[in-house]
Design a protein around this ligand. Structure first.
Ligand code: 1GP
Length: 238
């Protein structure tokens, strides 16, 4: 049920707000504030986790809020049947088979056994002016943000391959978040929902991306640094 409401919010006219919870930096106070500010969804995961406590973490979030909890896993060890669903990401911007298909093959029987709902998502890393953790861990190069055509055709290929959403990722803590102009161009060319994340740390940045047509905006780092920022940022989504 909650997975369905998550999918519905991705297709809604209003932009959805996703709060990214890194299990290594969990703060229950942020969950309470996000709930109060009507965040749409909690994404849980990280590119490399020190502690493998995803199941316990989801349990704790669910005690504090009934907002859907969707996995945003770095790999197959971060799966949990406690989640309401999963972003099944394939890193289409890179050329590392491990992140294009290998991990998915390892995860497939686990996803089936757990009966997890999943959203096949084309994951595109776009350069955010600093080397991102995703870049380091996956050993791939991000797409060049000054080459919109490459980003558009990669997004288009994702749509044609049957992915149900595109995630444009500037990298956690990116110096430069995705350009609203670039997002607008991508939105003009693809019909599936577009999720945007990486370096969004102000109401103004969120507003510009909402105006450019983002279906969902993901905020992690900025809220880890200052949980109260959600009171201000969430105003952009009203
Ligand atoms: C990272 O896109 C998400 O995978 C969110 O990025 O942590 O910079 O908000 P930030």
């Amino acid at each position: 049920m909650k997975f369905k409401s998550f999918i519905k919010s991705l297709h809604a006219r209003k932009t959805a707000l996703a709060v990214l919870v890194d299990p290594d930096k969990y703060n229950p106070e942020l969950i309470k504030l996000a709930h109060k500010n009507k965040a749409t969804v909690f994404l849980v995961g990280g590119s490399s986790l020190q502690k493998n406590n995803v199941t316990a973490l989801i349990h704790s979030i669910k005690k504090l809020s009934d907002i859907p909890v969707i996995l945003f896993p770095g790999d197959e060890t971060q799966l949990s049947k406690n989640a309401d669903g999963l972003l099944l990401l394939s890193l289409l911007s890179g050329r590392n088979p491990e992140y294009l298909i290998e991990k998915h093959i390892r995860a497939a029987p686990i996803i089936k056994k757990m009966k997890l709902n999943y959203l096949p998502t084309a994951y595109l890393l776009i350069d955010g002016e600093n080397e991102s953790t995703t870049q380091k861990i996956t050993g791939t190069q991000p797409l060049d943000s000054s080459d919109p055509v490459k980003i558009i055709v990669t997004s288009l290929a994702g749509e044609q391959l049957g992915f149900k959403a595109i995630y444009l990722e500037a990298g956690s803590g990116a110096k430069k978040s995705l350009s609203p102009l670039l997002l607008k161009k991508i939105k003009q060319n693809v019909g599936i929902p577009v999720i945007v994340g990486g370096g969004i740390d102000s109401r103004q940045k969120a507003e510009a991306l909402i105006k450019a047509g983002a279906n969902m905006i993901v905020i992690g780092n900025a809220l880890e640094k200052d949980i109260f920022l959600i009171n201000e940022i969430s105003k952009a989504f009203k």
